[in-house]
Structure formats: C-alpha cells, structure tokens
Design a protein around this ligand. Structure first.
Ligand code: BGC
Length: 397
C-alpha cells in the first residue's frame, strides 16, 4: 500500500464557518430573537460569539498561515437587509472586503447565502412558506451583487435545507428532536422544504444570468444511513425523506455540498444506538470518520454525478490529536470514493474556530480555539496539519 494518498492539484482544502456562529450580536435575526426571548429552550446565547464581525482578518490570516487555500463563510442576510427592502450599504461593503481580502491572501472564498438564520421580519412574515419568499430571496441576491462581483466563484445558496425543514417542524411544535421518524429526526416541514427548493432553483438561475461563470449549489446534511437485517425499508424511507429528495433537487446544479459527521443505523424497530464500546464525540455522535466517504458515494449516485464539494466535515472533541485522527480517516475515505469515480472538487473542514453550536458552547469543532473573554485566538496543531495536506496534496498513511 502507498505510504501516502495524493489528491489532484486542483483539489482545494480549507475550513468553514457560519456568520451567526462566530460574528456576535446578530440582533436583527430570528435566531437572536429565539435565544433571547423569555422562556427560550436555548441553553446558552450566542452573545458576542467570537467577535468575528470585527476580527475576521485575523481569522483569515490564521487559516492562510496554516497553509489552507479555501474559506467558506456565510454572509448574514439579517444584517444586509435588517428591514424589508432596506439594504445596508455598510454591510455589503463589509462582506465585499472579506471576499477581496480572502483572495489577496490565497484563500478561495466560498460564500453561503443562508446558514440557518433569517432576518426576523422574514420569519414573522412566514419564512419559506410565505408567497413572497422566493422573490424576497432573489432581491437579497440582487442587492449583494457587489460582494459576488468581487471575485466569488462558488456560492452555496442554502446550508442544510433538510435540517432547516426539520427545525421548522420543531418550531411549530409538530415534532421534537427525540421522537422523530424511526427514533431519528422528525419529518421535515413539507411546505418549508418545497419553499426552499423553489428559492434555491430560482436563485441558481438568477446567479447564472447575472454572474456568468459562477458555480452554484446547496449543501445537504448527509446522515450516512445504514441498516442491519430487517431495517432496510425504514432506512430507505428515512434516507429518501431526509436526504435523497434534496440531492435530487441538485441534479441541474454546478455542484452539491456534502456535509457529514457520523452514521445512522436502522434495525427493524428504528434507529439503533451505537455500540457502548464505540467512542462518542462531544455531540454524542458515534466517532465514525468514514461516514463522509459513504456520504459522497450516495450523493454522487443520487444526484446523477453532479460534482461534489465536501462543504463540512469534522469532529467535536477536546482532544486535538483525535481531531487529526478523525480528519485523516475522513480524507482517506473521500480519496477512496474518488478512486471509485465520485467527482469531488474540494474539502472544507468544520470548523475554522471553536464556535457557537446553536445553543451550546461546549462542543469544540475548531482548528482554532478562542478565549471568549479576551477573544484571543489560539491555533491548534490540527490546523497546521490540515494546512500541510492542502499545500502538498498528500495525505501520509
Ligand atoms: C451545521 C453547522 C453545525 C455543524 C455541527 C451542521 O449541521 O451546518 O452550523 O455547527 O453541523 O453540528
């Protein structure tokens, strides 16, 4: 066996973040309202988060110093359009500067237009089930043309629409996270799923028309669904509902984003808990790095061979050596999927920084730790390790 695996010269390796999880004080968003309302079920608030709204240059410098060559970050619609039809020129300039700076220091910017959060007014107006949702999203996209024209080549319209649809079910009180389909996630809210797909397709066509050459996709949470004897039917139903339907919507896209962390196994009665001997991550998920290779194969099959970008993959752990072990196996599993024919263009590690995990600060996914009192950044060895793979395109075995 070769003592190293090589990736194509054009394969990019970087890290990913989302605005609400790092910027701080996202006060015009629905998530901020949710975290801060009386009686909220959210344990911990995002607050100042990592103050990346002001420290983004430092964050990007660290990624470039690691040797990474791509950075996926989201632009916050709630900041850009804090009231319907009222766009903030200052925020558009802010994100435009981020795009320009990323390129100056050798990071290919990959922009997410929507990462779970909505402007509060949009939520109050019915969010993705409102008759004007698609047109509202399109007008946001038209307003951010100066950001895209600063050199953006890859746009993720929606982060994990399949999880956004599930969140809507939970928000409406029509299911909870403990008692879903087969003991897993509750069914996604169908009008929300359809609204997101409509907005995505419309956004893709608009972006193609107005920004020729731009590559557009959406990114899907892939659960690496497996089964044991008697669990096949449930597993297939679950995978179709939560994952494959969304991958099918990507058939005409330029790429599809695969996001994968662990696997989900079905038996005849539903989801089977991981073997007690198997280590769990800080999220309580089975440590199963090869999930991403399987997710890539499934995405490639279901989407009919659409090029893939791994837009998120990583592990919540306090042990940075474990992060390196996890990521090495994950990359090896992607390499195998590529050798078998999947067209994977790049890998973005989740996450650049230890960030706000949607209600909790404890899980640490980052290549960089952050002191939340002083906001001092502390790069971890895993960052330099991943950077060396990005530079050499070789993964030692
Ligand atoms: C999301 C991230 C999240 C990560 C880890 C993905 O579902 O896109 O925002 O932090 O998984 O849970």
């Amino acid at each position: 066996m070769a003592d190293q695996l090589s990736f194509p010269e054009t394969f990019f390796i970087g890290a990913a973040t989302a605005a609400h999880q790092i910027e701080g004080n996202n006060t015009t968003s629905d998530w901020w309202a949710f975290e801060n309302r009386e009686g909220t079920p959210i344990q911990e608030r995002s607050g100042d988060a990592l103050d990346s709204l002001h420290r983004w240059r430092e964050d990007m410098d660290l990624l470039a110093e690691f040797g990474l060559n791509a950075y996926r970050f989201s632009i916050e619609w709630a900041r850009i359009e804090p009231a319907p039809g009222k766009f903030s020129r200052a925020m558009i300039n802010h994100y435009r500067e981020m795009v320009t700076y990323a390129q100056q220091i050798g990071l290919t910017p990959i922009i997410t237009l929507h990462h779970f959060t909505n402007p509060l007014w949009f939520r109050l107006d019915g969010a993705w089930t409102s008759a004007s949702a698609t047109q509202r999203f399109a007008s946001y996209i038209r307003a951010i043309a100066p950001i895209l024209d600063a050199g953006v080549k890859h746009v993720v319209t929606f982060n994990e629409p399949n999880i956004a649809a599930v969140m809507q079910t939970v928000l409406l009180g029509q299911g909870d996270l403990e008692t879903g389909l087969g003991g897993g996630l509750p069914r996604g809210h169908e009008p929300t799923a359809l609204g997101l797909a409509r907005a995505h397709h419309e956004a893709r066509d608009l972006l193609h028309r107005n920004h020729p050459g731009i590559q557009v996709g959406w990114s899907i949470a892939n659960q690496c669904v497996q089964h044991v004897d008697g669990g096949q039917d449930l597993a297939e139903e679950y995978r179709h509902h939560h994952e494959d339907w969304y991958l099918q919507q990507a058939k005409e896209d330029d790429f599809v984003g695969v996001q994968s962390y662990t696997r989900t196994i079905f038996g005849p009665e539903g989801i089977i808990a991981p073997d007690p001997a198997v280590p769990l991550t800080q999220m309580g998920w089975e440590f199963y790095p090869q999930a991403v290779g399987e997710a890539v194969r499934n995405a490639s099959r279901v989407s009919g061979g659409v090029p893939i970008v791994v837009t998120e993959n990583g592990v919540a752990t306090a042990d940075d050596d474990e992060r390196i072990r996890y990521t090495a196996s994950a990359l090896a599993s992607i390499h195998t999927a590529m050798a078998e024919g999947s067209d994977v263009r790049g890998y973005l590690h989740w996450s650049a920084l230890d960030n706000y995990e949607w209600g909790r600060w404890e899980p640490t996914f980052g290549l960089i730790a952050v002191d939340r009192e002083t906001f001092t950044r502390h790069p971890k060895p895993s960052g330099a390790w991943l950077g060396s793979i990005a530079r050499t395109k070789r993964l030692p075995q």
